[in-house]
Design a protein around this ligand. Structure first.
Ligand code: NOJ
Length: 467
C-alpha cells in the first residue's frame, strides 16, 4: 500500500472558540448558552468546570501559533464566537475583529492555513431568549453574522465552514439533556434541524454573493451505520438511522436537497417541519465546495421490537436501537468504540453517493480520562494509545485515497487539551497537555510523532496488528 501523503495535504488540529478562548466576558463579549447554563446550573458540569477559563487562547494565541508550527502543522481549525463578534447580534465588536484578524494573520505568517468555522454549539444567549434555532428568524441572524465574518476576515481566511456537527445541537439539545435548552421533543428537534439547514444555506448564499477568494464547507459528524444482521428488520433500522444521522445534513450540504427517505419517514410520523414556500430553493443554494468529516466511532443498530415502537414516533429510539457488537474494541479510557475502518467506509460513501466531493478529516481522536497516569519521569505524556489510534485511521484514509477518495487533510481533535462541555476537562484529547493551574502547554509523545510523520510525508509502520 502507498504510505505517502499527497503534496499539500493539510495537517493540523481542531478546536472551537467556546472550548478554547476563555476571556468569557472580556472586551465586550456577551454570554452564549454555555456561559449562561453554567451560571444557572453548575452542577450539570463535571467537577463544576465551566467555560470561563479553558485554554486562554484569547490571551495566549501568539505563542500557540508557534506551537502549531513547532510540530509542523500547516493548518488549524477554530471557530469565531458569534457573541464576541456581534455581542448584540448587530453591532460589530472592534476588539473581536482585532483579535481574530491578528490570530489568523499570525497563523498565515507561520505557514498555517486557518480553517474557520462559524457555529460550534454556541448559540448567543440573547438569541436563545428569542427561541434559538426554533425561531425562524435565527437563520437570518446567522446569515447576517456570517456575512460580517466574511467581510471582516475574508481577505485572510480561505477555508470557511458554517457549522460544526449540526445534528448534535439538534439531538443533544432537543432530544436529550446535553445541550441547552434540554427539551425532549421530536417535532421541535425537526424544526430546529430545518432552521439550521436554512441558516447554513443562507450563509452560503452570502458567501457566494461576496465572491471571495475562498471556499465554503460544512463540518459533519459522519459515521458508517452497520446493521446487526442482514435480516430485513435490521436492515430497515440501519436505513432509517443512515437517513437520520448521516443523510439529514449531508444531502442538503452536498446536493442541496433533503433526502427522500427521511422526508418519507417524517411524513409517516407527522413530523414534517413548518416551512415557507421558498425554503427548498434556498436550501438548494447551500451546496458546498468541501466537507469536513468528524469521525470517532461507527453507529451500530438493530431493529426496534414491534411492541416497543410508538407511532407516531416519540424519540429516535422508535426508528432503531443501539446494537452492542460483541467484537467491538473499546477505548478503555473513555468508553467509545475504536473502529478505524469506519473512515474507509465513509470515504467510499462520499465517493459513490456524494460526487467524490473534496473532504478532510476535520476531527478524529481519542479522549482519555486521568491522562496524568501516563506522564513519565521527564514530564511527557506517553500517549502511545493515541499514536496507534491516529496511525490506524490514517492507514485506512490512505487506502481510501489510493482507491480515489478525495481526502485532503487530517486534523486531530484537539490541539491543546480543552474544555469539553458538560465533561469539563474529564477527557484529554490534545497533542499538547494543558496544566489547569498554570496553563502551561507541554507536547505529548504523539506531538513528536506527528511532527515526524508530517516531515517525512509518509506514514511509518507501527509494529502492531491493525484491527
Ligand atoms: C465533537 C465536537 O466538535 C467537539 O466540540 C467535542 O469536544 C469533541 N467532538 C470531543 O467529544
Amino acid at each position: 500500500m502507498n504510505r505517502k501523503f499527497p503534496e499539500g495535504f493539510l495537517w493540523g488540529a481542531a478546536t472551537s472558540a467556546p472550548q478554547s478562548e476563555g476571556a468569557q466576558y472580556e472586551d465586550g463579549r456577551t454570554p452564549s448558552t454555555w456561559d449562561k447554563w453554567f451560571e444557572l446550573e453548575p452542577e450539570y458540569f463535571n467537577q463544576d468546570q465551566g467555560p470561563q477559563e479553558t485554554v486562554q487562547v484569547y490571551k495566549r494565541y501568539q505563542d500557540d501559533v508557534k506551537l502549531m508550527s513547532a510540530i509542523n502543522h500547516n493548518s488549524h481549525r477554530t471557530s469565531i464566537s458569534w457573541n464576541r463578534l456581534l455581542p448584540d447580534g448587530k453591532t460589530v465588536n472592534e476588539k473581536a475583529v482585532q483579535f481574530y484578524r491578528d490570530y489568523f494573520k499570525r497563523m498565515k505568517e507561520e505557514g498555517i492555513e486557518p480553517i474557520v468555522n462559524l457555529f460550534h454549539f454556541d448559540m448567543p444567549w440573547w438569541l436563545m431568549e428569542r427561541g434559538g434555532w426554533e425561531a425562524r428568524e435565527s437563520a437570518d441572524h446567522f446569515a447576517h453574522y456570517a456575512k460580517v465574518a466574511f467581510q471582516q476576515f475574508g481577505d485572510i481566511v480561505h477555508y470557511w465552514t458554517t457549522f460544526n456537527e449540526p445534528i448534535v445541537h439538534v439531538t443533544c439539545g432537543y432530544l436529550a439533556d446535553y445541550h441547552w435548552p434540554k427539551v425532549h421533543d421530536l417535532k421541535r428537534a425537526v424544526q430546529v434541524a430545518h432552521h439550521t439547514c436554512l441558516a447554513h444555506a443562507k450563509a452560503v448564499i452570502e458567501f457566494r454573493t461576496l465572491d471571495l477568494d475562498g471556499k465554503i464547507g460544512n463540518i459533519l459528524n459522519l459515521s458508517p451505520v452497520y446493521p446487526r444482521s442482514e435480516r430485513a428488520e435490521d436492515l430497515k433500522a440501519a436505513k432509517d438511522a443512515h437517513a437520520i444521522h448521516v443523510k439529514s445534513f449531508l444531502d442538503p450540504t452536498v446536493h442541496g436537497t433533503y433526502p427522500e427517505h427521511l422526508v418519507t419517514l417524517l411524513r409517516e410520523h407527522d413530523l414534517l417541519p413548518e416551512t415557507e414556500a421558498e425554503d427548498l430553493e434556498v436550501i438548494a443554494q447551500g451546496a458546498v465546495d468541501f466537507l469536513g468529516v468528524n469521525y470517532y466511532q461507527p453507529i451500530r443498530v438493530k431493529e426496534v421490537p414491534e411492541a416497543e415502537r410508538h407511532h407516531p414516533a416519540q424519540s429516535l429510539e422508535d426508528f432503531s436501537r443501539h446494537y452492542d457488537w460483541p467484537e467491538k474494541r473499546m477505548n478503555p479510557y473513555r468508553g467509545w468504540e475504536i473502529y478505524p475502518k469506519g473512515i474507509y467506509d465513509i470515504a467510499m460513501m462520499i465517493k459513490e453517493d456524494y460526487n467524490n466531493i473534496p473532504w478532510f478529516i476535520s476531527e478524529n481522536g481519542m479522549g482519555v480520562a486521568e491522562e496524568e497516569r501516563f506522564i513519565d519521569a521527564s514530564g511527557e505524556v506517553q500517549d502511545d494509545y493515541r499514536i496507534e489510534f491516529i496511525h490506524d485511521h490514517l492507514e485506512y484514509a490512505l487506502q481510501a485515497m489510493e482507491e480515489g477518495a478525495n481526502c485532503f487533510g487530517y486534523h486531530l481533535w484537539t490541539f491543546i487539551d480543552c474544555w469539553s462541555w458538560l465533561n469539563g476537562f474529564k477527557n484529554r484529547y490534545g497533542y499538547y497537555r494543558l496544566d489547569l493551574e498554570t496553563h502551561e502547554r507541554t507536547p505529548k509523545k504523539s506531538a513528536h510523532w506527528i511532527k515526524d510523520v508530517i516531515a517525512s510525508g509518509e506514514l511509518p509502520e507501527l509494529n502492531h496488528e491493525r484491527k
